[in-house]
Write a protein that binds this ligand. Structure first.
Ligand code: NAP
Length: 313
């Protein structure tokens, strides 16, 4: 099979940091064009918009690396042009727009892949396997990072649909929904909004499930110094799981089990090649559903304004 010719839309941080190197390292797919409002690449034809790229480039698929608020319109346009589509996480700004995209992909007979990059981290598969034979009794997620370090100047992330601290927090939820053997649901949420922003800077969540699991998640964007992306789980047979560094490290019953480098985006592109080759789609909105629940149920508190230029804005 010839490689899938991919057009990428939105040449921002994640496109440069992860997508371009992962595409280059993955068999069965090649970068054939980009669409960007601000950048052009020497290696491939560059277009000012996706519409121009669809009209002018020889491509089979599109990867959308834009903010989530503009993703549905772009995805629909690409699907209707008969292209397979990769969506960065979160897959969209609302849950219902996802149904629309799934229907469009089906009608066009193309593959749609709503990616969750953290699910491709090396600890996730062994953690899933270990938990499949056990019942989680207690789950603790602590996801604390410095927004100034990871999202400098990204105004969209503070706008409606940008998710605020849930932009990283949803990565933890994408892991939890993958590794826990049964569905869980939100019971309580406290969301902290800077007084000048539309999205939260911190969130404290409580979940449970049909067996009464004691499950909390703390998301905070104000953490300077060492960054924390940890999930710990105690099981009813006395087992202990500790997943750290966002899924790169796994300790089971105090035994280091996984400590591997990041290859998440290579996993994403290999899976996409497989989906296209087998004419399938992969769309799981469960992490986004938990975030929507938090916005529905959350008690809101207001905190001091946030400026990402050290207070000069
Ligand atoms: P970013 O640096 O702000 O880049 C997004 C790019 O999308 C922009 O550079 C712009 O590229 C394009 N764009 C199109 N319409 C836009 C609009 N209305 N407003 C702003 N940009 C627009 O953001 P990012 O960090 O790459 O994040 C993009 C997506 O990847 C988000 O959904 C995010 O959750 C996800 N993601 C990010 C990270 C990370 O570490 N940053 C990690 C994993 C996933 P052009 O100028 O080329 O048009």
């Amino acid at each position: 099979m010839p490689p899938i010719r991919l057009g990428l839309v939105g040449v921002g941080k994640i496109a440069r940091d992860q997508h371009f190197p992962a595409i280059a390292a993955t068999e069965g797919i090649e970068l054939a064009a980009v669409a960007s409002r601000s950048a052009s690449l020497e290696e491939v034809p560059s277009f000012a918009s996706q519409s121009e790229m669809l009209a002018g480039a020889e491509i089979d698929a599109v990867a959308l690396c834009t903010p989530p608020q503009v993703r549905h319109e772009l995805a629909l346009e690409a699907l209707k042009a008969g292209k397979h589509v990769i969506l960065e996480k979160p897959p969209g700004a609302t849950l219902s727009e996802m149904d629309d995209l799934v229907a469009a992909a089906k009608a066009e007979g193309v593959s749609l892949f709503a990616t969750w990059h953290s699910r491709f981290s090396p600890a996730v598969e062994p953690a899933t396997e270990w938990l499949s034979a056990r019942r989680a009794k207690k789950v603790r997620i602590v996801w604390k990072e410095d927004v100034r370090r990871w999202h400098p100047g990204q105004d969209w992330i503070w706008e409606p649909g940008g998710l605020g601290v849930f932009d990283p927090g949803i990565n933890a939820l994408s892991i939890a929904t993958a590794i826990l053997p049964q569905p869980f649901f939100l019971t309580k949420a406290a969301l902290t909004f800077p007084e000048n922003r539309q999205a939260p800077i911190a969130a404290d969540l409580a979940f449970t499930d049909a067996t009464g699991v004691d499950f909390t998640a703390e998301f905070d964007w104000r953490q300077e110094g060492p960054q924390t992306w940890d999930i710990t789980i105690e099981t009813d047979d006395g087992g202990r799981l500790a997943l750290s560094e966002g899924g790169k490290k796994l300790i089971l019953n105090d035994q280091p089990t996984v400590d591997a480098p990041d290859a998440e985006y290579r996993g994403i592109y290999a899976h996409f090649v497989d989906l296209v080759g087998s004419q399938r789609s992969d769309v799981d909105v469960s992490p986004l559903r938990h975030v929507a629940d938090a916005f529905m149920l959350g008690h809101r508190q207001i905190t001091e304004p946030f400026f990402d230029d050290g207070g000069k804005a």
